[in-house]
Ligand binder design. Structure first.
Ligand code: ADQ
Length: 461
């Protein structure tokens, strides 16, 4: 079997449980093939030269971890700049938050070239390469320019927006053309594939062929949806462990007379957290029976704080939660508990299980794994209800959730009330169907189907 080489912005040691589902899932294939995982080391060299970085190698069982330092200038233009101030907002439909400063693209190209140059000598002829996410879109094109002929697949973890939104990126043609250096492009949802198809036909004047194959710029590739899942067994093992059971008991005790609604997210503007809190406010206003009896716990972990838009969303959320607690709170009841921190992964299943309603209401999301974790964590005999944004990739699979438009505050509030009122029999039926889907299309299924498709993809080189 060919050796698997994974390339992503960050590298995790797959043997460490804290690394989470993706690292564990990729780790399994990497272990089987004695693979290589390549990426940024996390180290920034303050006055380092641009386009250069020291390579570190470390053995993690059978897996080699190869990581590269980045200079401050490269990091800021490639990661903070082009990746997180251009690609992230545009791909999530937030053109208003994009900053098309011209020096970002230089850093993005330079770091992709640096990755290619340092990776190439580590490759064997029959390796199979799997590149992850928006930081590294042009990596295959850079590798090909240096003579790399191995099979290379790409998976985009975030949504691919409609053609006219992509076209707002000054370098969109270069970016989309560079995707055609891959043999397989994996997207989260069918809707993303549809956006890809429209771009190829209308913007690139290419063709859609049979079986998700596309031809443009003289190259053919396959682009299909491979919805990412969670590691259900790993999650269940966490749920059964002491930390999680303790968490569940504590929450049940603390909120014995109250219903919990729960949101767990990175504090990202794509996650729709202020809109969710507004909907909760409207629930309290329109259905006063929920006052004193419902509590929203919103856990939002700090993320990308070097980017201005993230400071803005934090302030907005703080003031909103403060206002609701001021307006509706009682001496013995706070409507919203907002916690700006990470919850230990070991406790997440217990917390999810204690919540009567799971709120996953992003304005836009590639997939959203919290939705799947919430389902996996429920007691099948008395499950909670998932309220899910129709704009999360997960909505294509999780049709039995209560789907909402997070921009519609009134509609979302009505759905929250419906969730809180849902009879046990209906909750059970919906949960059972959702759980089947989460189990069938778990992270191992995702990895296997992507790698199988990559091995079979048309490789013309
Ligand atoms: P993210 O945007 O990070 O991922 P998501 O899919 O929800 O979003 O995954 C987040 C993970 O981190 C989950 O396992 C969740 O439990 C955990 N997490 C989030 N906030 C936390 C907190 N405050 N405390 C503890 N744990 C927290 C990107 C894309 C998604 C896509 C994934 C995987 O944006 O759309 O689903 O990659 O492809």
């Amino acid at each position: 079997m060919s050796r698997l080489v994974v390339i992503s912005n960050r590298v995790a040691d797959p043997r460490k449980a804290a690394a989470g589902g993706l690292a564990v899932a990729l780790g399994e294939s990497l272990q089987q093939t004695g693979g290589l995982w390549f990426g940024w080391s996390g180290t920034i060299v303050e006055d380092g030269p641009t386009g250069e970085g020291e390579l570190h190698k470390q053995q993690a069982g059978k897996v080699t971890l190869a990581t590269l330092d980045l200079s401050r200038e490269d990091h800021d233009s490639y990661y903070l700049g082009y990746s997180n101030k251009v690609l992230w907002p545009v791909f999530h439909g937030r053109l208003d938050l994009a900053n098309f400063e011209s020096n970002y693209i230089g850093g993005y190209r330079r770091v992709n070239q640096l990755f290619a140059r340092k990776l190439l000598p580590l490759l064997k002829d029959d390796d199979i390469l799997w590149v992850h996410d928006y930081h590294l879109i042009p990596l295959a094109a850079e590798l090909r320019a240096m003579g790399c002929r191995q099979r290379i697949g790409f998976f985009l973890h975030i949504p691919l927006p409609p053609q006219i939104t992509i076209a707002a990126i000054p370098q969109h043609e270069w970016l989309m053309r560079s995707l055609f250096a891959y043999d397989l492009v994996g997207l989260q949802a069918e809707q993303d594939v549809e956006h890809f198809r429209r771009y190829v036909i209308n913007e690139a004047q290419g063709q859609a062929l049979d079986g998700d194959h596309f031809r443009a710029w003289g190259q053919t590739l396959r682009a299909s949806a491979f919805p990412i899942g969670i590691d259900v067994d790993e999650f269940n093992a966490l749920a059964a462990a002491k930390e999680s059971r303790d968490m569940f008991e504590t929450m049940r005790r603390e909120y014995s007379q109250r219903r919990l609604l729960l949101g767990i997210d990175r504090l990202d503007y794509s996650k729709g957290i202020p809109q969710r809190v507004q909907a909760f406010r409207e629930l309290l206003a329109n259905y006063p029976e929920n006052r004193r009896s419902a509590t929203l716990i919103q856990i939002a972990s700090p993320t990308r704080e070097d980017v201005d838009a993230y400071g803005d969303i934090r302030r907005e959320l703080e003031s909103l939660c403060g206002a609701i607690n001021g307006d509706y709170g009682e001496l013995d009841w706070m409507p919203v508990r907002y916690i700006h921190r990470v919850v230990a992964r070991k406790r997440v299943p217990g917390l999810c299980r204690a919540a009567a309603v799971g709120l996953v209401t992003p304005l836009r999301d590639g997939m959203n794994l919290v939705a799947k974790e919430y389902i996996a964590a429920q007691d099948p005999d008395d499950p909670g209800v998932l309220v899910l944004s129709r704009f999360a990739g997960a909505a294509e699979q999780l049709k039995e959730a209560l789907l909402v438009n997070p921009y519609d505050t009134h509609g979302t509030a009505e759905t929250l009330q419906q969730a809180l009122q849902m009879p046990l029999a209906e909750r059970r039926v919906r949960h059972q169907r959702l759980l089947e889907r989460v189990r069938e299309q778990d992270v191992h299924w995702w990895r296997r189907s992507f790698l199988e498709a990559l091995r079979e993809a048309p490789a013309e080189r």
